[in-house]
Ligand binder design. Structure first.
Ligand SMILES: NC(=O)c1ccc[n+]([C@@H]2O[C@H](COP(=O)([O-])OP(=O)(O)OC[C@H]3O[C@@H](n4cnc5c(N)ncnc54)[C@H](O)[C@@H]3O)[C@@H](O)[C@H]2O)c1
Length: 437
């Protein structure tokens, strides 16, 4: 453990809050973690980690003495000046961000001239200004406010916290902004110190850009399917260009998760509410929705009617190394398949508990080979490592049919073909061209 640093409070102990809390504890701060979910706080006190995030359990355990878990906001207010807010901001029906949890936190703050709210939750541009206005109306103008958006990725969140690409701090130039910069100083990351609105926009624009890159390569993949090119080769050729880069150029069955879909939609709505029609983001969203459904058409092309067909889904989480199923492609896909009369059987190494709640009617198998037993077709939905290492001969002898759809272009097409199965990826041209390595 490192030297003692200023204590902080973290409000909301989900994916962002818990990682932030454990990360700052690792850097030397005592951290008071507050959540309204009493059950979650109880579990955390017992040393249980309610989410799956590689390395988090060890990080929390190593810093256990510096972490306090409580449902009482007063405990954080008493012990810390900086209160990081990491509550959820899910989408509303209109596509705007639901800020009710954020406003609950704001309303619970007492008048104070020694505290600051540090916003980690992703919020629309203008939220900081409106919170400052609310503070002023309620006679709490002494309360400082800092925007400090979070860029961690589920699955590598601990590493991302400790080695961020950048730290963005948006503030009014008072003590609180300096204190946040100081807190992050040991990480030695490039700092973007700016105004509150620009900091809020950095987060939304970054996620919207990454989502755009994914939808772009997915459209290229769809054109590849029509023209016989292989999107994997195309992406390799594009990605070697410094100006483009190889990341987020993996074609597949669409992006999901708790951030991209909601942040893209929130930015689109924010633009619309401000009188600007953000055309590009409309297309990004639409392409992503269609991409999830294209798998169904591929299954129908090979199998005909899906009524009574047994379809095995490998992976359910929105990406590997997480149990998060928010907006996962598996949700749309399994619902569409069931609506078409298919029997869906699925396996995910980690997300089973979430799946049981979110996927009624889907049979959950205890392992990959159990899932593919008697299947007419197998669809790779989430590219967990264990699926890349499957013995395709074993899969072939367990299946009733022969079709493997690689929804993430992550499988070894040659091994699948060599096992006597047929292979179809996303934007990978003809099966015949893949047959010759
Ligand atoms: N998950 C990610 O990868 C990620 C990455 C960057 C930014 N973000 C943003 O961070 C924010 C949090 O996301 P998350 O995935 O950690 O959410 P989450 O749903 O996992 O956690 C939110 C937590 O806040 C708690 N909470 C709700 N209202 C509360 C209140 N009034 N007081 C105290 N606790 C309260 C909930 O009980 C829950 O434990 C969101 O705005 C999200 O967009 C998320």
């Amino acid at each position: 453990m490192s030297q003692q640093r200023p204590p902080i409070g973290v409000i909301g102990t989900g994916y962002v809050g818990l990682v932030t809390a454990a990360g700052f504890a690792e850097l030397g701060s005592d951290v008071v973690c507050v959540d309204i979910d009493a059950d979650k706080i109880e579990r955390l006190r017992r040393g249980e980690i309610p989410i799956y995030e590689p390395g988090l359990e060890e990080l929390v355990a190593r810093n256990r003495e510096r972490l306090t878990f409580t449902t009482r906001l007063e405990d954080a207010l008493e012990r810390a000046r900086l209160l990081f807010v990491a509550v959820g901001t899910p989408p509303t029906y209109s596509g705007d961000a639901d800020l009710s949890a954020v406003h609950q936190v704001v309303a619970a703050m007492p008048p104070s001239d020694r505290h600051a709210l540090v916003m980690k939750s992703t919020v629309p541009v203008g939220t900081g200004a409106s919170i400052k206005r609310i503070f002023a109306e309620q006679g709490k103008d002494g309360f400082s406010y800092v925007s400090c958006p979070e860029f961690l990725k589920e699955g590598s969140a601990v590493k991302d916290f400790l080695h961020p690409d950048r730290v963005v701090v948006g503030d009014d130039g008072d003590w609180a902004g300096d204190a946040v910069v100081e807190l992050y100083a040991p990480l030695d990351a490039p700092l973007v110190r700016t105004d509150i609105s620009s900091a809020e926009m950095v987060k939304l624009a970054s996620n919207a850009f990454l989502a755009t890159k994914i939808s772009f390569i997915n459209e290229i993949a769809n054109v590849c399917e029509e023209t016989g090119a292989d999107v994997m080769e195309v992406a390799r050729g594009m990605g070697l260009d410094d100006r483009i880069g190889p990341k987020f150029l993996q074609a597949g069955i669409g992006f999901g998760g708790s951030c991209f879909p909601k942040d893209v939609s929130a930015l689109k709505q924010l633009a619309g509410n401000s009188g600007y029609h953000f055309q590009l983001l409309n297309a990004v969203i639409e392409v992503n929705e269609l991409q999830k459904r294209r798998v169904v058409a591929k299954l129908q092309k090979h199998l005909g009617s899906l009524v009574g067909k047994r379809i095995a889904l490998l992976g359910l989480a929105f990406k590997p190394e997480t149990d998060d199923m928010r907006e996962a492609s598996s949700l749309v896909l399994s619902a569409r398949l069931q609506a078409d009369g298919a029997h869906v059987v699925a396996y995910d190494p980690i997300a089973e508990e979430q799946a049981r709640r979110l996927l009624p009617g889907v049979e959950l198998a205890p392992g990959a080979l159990d899932a593919v037993q008697d299947a007419d077709a197998v669809v790779l939905v989430t590219e967990w490592q264990e699926f890349k290492e499957l013995d395709w001969r074993e899969v072939a002898s367990a299946m009733r049919g022969t079709l493997v759809i690689d929804g993430r272009n992550a499988l070894d097409a040659h091994a699948i073909l060599a096992a006597g199965l047929s292979y179809e990826g996303v934007g990978r041209g003809t099966v015949a061209s893949l047959a010759t390595p």
